[in-house]
Write a protein that binds this ligand. Structure first.
Ligand code: XIL
Length: 359
């Protein structure tokens, strides 16, 4: 059969009439889908010696039973990360305004839903995050705090949050660098210099010695100025005795543009004595999807999983949600999307097979 584009099928009335179920052909009937028949990605990750394969999730998504049927399958996902509800404030107001909407007033209701879900499902939980330049309440950004005050604010937040969710891995500091490798000029850096990073890490570790403390960033997946700055930061923290145990490579990639130095870069991080996690993997494309783009995306997912596989200190992989239905990409990068291994009808894409092949 000749492959037709979506407009063709829409014209025939097919696209609106085909209700795709998991495992059945996608609603976009002309596009290729997964052909793997495996029990679950987490099972494969464990067999490959990793700790987990996981996904981000978000409170508003949990009312969708097609979604939760996959999310709650602990053979598929052995780890979850709250995409918003453990942040300082939420982006949308749908998360009971996350964890500290007013100074010293902590609300864990939305985060607890995610933590309890992980517990029920027997999944690991990743804490995300203590200190980040985004999703900050105005009481922090516009408070004109002096160094002593802001230090106290960071300590209170990190220790309260990490103390509430004990025993987890935490993205304590998120996105401290600009893409050129200079420190990001946010309220924390502008008030405290790079010391805010040590303050946050120390407070998190003191609140829970069993927590594993990470710094997480994007565009540090391949070698380059930003990755080098992160390596220098790790060296400096370690030389001061500041706890730093892991580095999160967010891995928000573009189809066909996965860095070729992934393995070398991970090895360089590992040599500094930190573990590595792929924390927010997705591989976006300029829409519309085509069979060729999906085939390249499959290769890209495989490349990333195989790179983690090649480096023993890479402990696990988390996708930044598993379905295009709930991906952050279209809302953030105009004209782009289709970044996840499941499509918006919960049908597995070729990218799913790429993950399988990578393990
Ligand atoms: C994103 C969430 O997925 C969105 O729902 C929210 O609107 C914005 O933040 N890097 C991170 C994540 O560390 O916290 C971001 O999550 C995506 C980029």
């Amino acid at each position: 059969m000749t492959i037709k584009n979506a407009a063709f099928w829409t014209a025939l009335g097919w696209l609106t009439s085909v209700a795709a179920a998991p495992g059945s052909p996608s609603a976009a009937a002309s596009l290729p889908v997964s052909t793997s028949n495996v029990a679950g990605l987490h099972v494969l990750a464990k067999q490959a010696g990793k700790l987990y394969f996981g996904t981000a999730t978000d409170n508003p998504e949990l009312t969708n039973t097609s979604y939760t049927a996959i999310l709650n399958n602990s053979q598929m996902f052995g780890q979850i990360t709250a995409a918003n509800s453990m942040k300082w404030v939420s982006a949308t107001g749908l998360h009971l305004d996350a964890t500290e909407p007013q100074q010293g007033v902590f609300t864990f209701a939305a985060g607890d839903v995610i933590a309890n879900l992980a517990k029920q499902n027997g999944q690991l939980l990743r804490g995300h995050n203590c200190v980040w330049h985004n999703q900050l309440p105005s009481w922090v950004t516009a408070g004109n705090f002096n160094a002593a005050q802001l230090t106290q604010i960071i300590q209170t937040r990190c220790s309260t949050l990490v103390g509430h969710y004990k025993g987890q891995v935490w993205d304590v500091v998120n996105e401290p660098f600009n893409d050129d490798g200079t420190f990001r000029q946010d309220v924390f850096f502008n008030t405290l210099g790079q010391n805010y990073i040590a303050t946050a890490l120390n407070a998190a570790k003191a609140a829970d010695p069993n927590a594993k403390v990470y710094i997480n960033d994007f565009n540090i997946e391949g070698t380059g100025a930003k990755a080098t700055s992160m390596k220098n930061l790790i060296k400096s923290l370690k030389s001061q005795g500041v706890p730093i145990e892991g580095i999160g490579l967010q891995s928000h990639f573009i189809v066909g543009e996965v860095p070729t130095t992934l393995v070398q870069n991970m090895q360089e991080f590992a040599a500094l004595g930190v573990e590595i996690a792929i924390t927010e993997l997705d591989v976006r494309m300029t829409l519309p999807e085509t069979a060729a783009l999906l085939a390249q995306q499959k290769k890209d997912y495989e490349t990333v999983i195989a790179a983690c596989q090649a480096v023993p200190q890479c402990v696990g992989i988390t996708v930044w949600d598993f379905t295009d239905k709930f991906s952050w990409v279209p809302g953030t990068f105009a004209g782009q999307g289709a970044a996840c291994p499941w499509d918006e009808n919960f049908v597995r894409k070729p990218a799913f097979d790429g993950i399988v092949a990578g393990f």
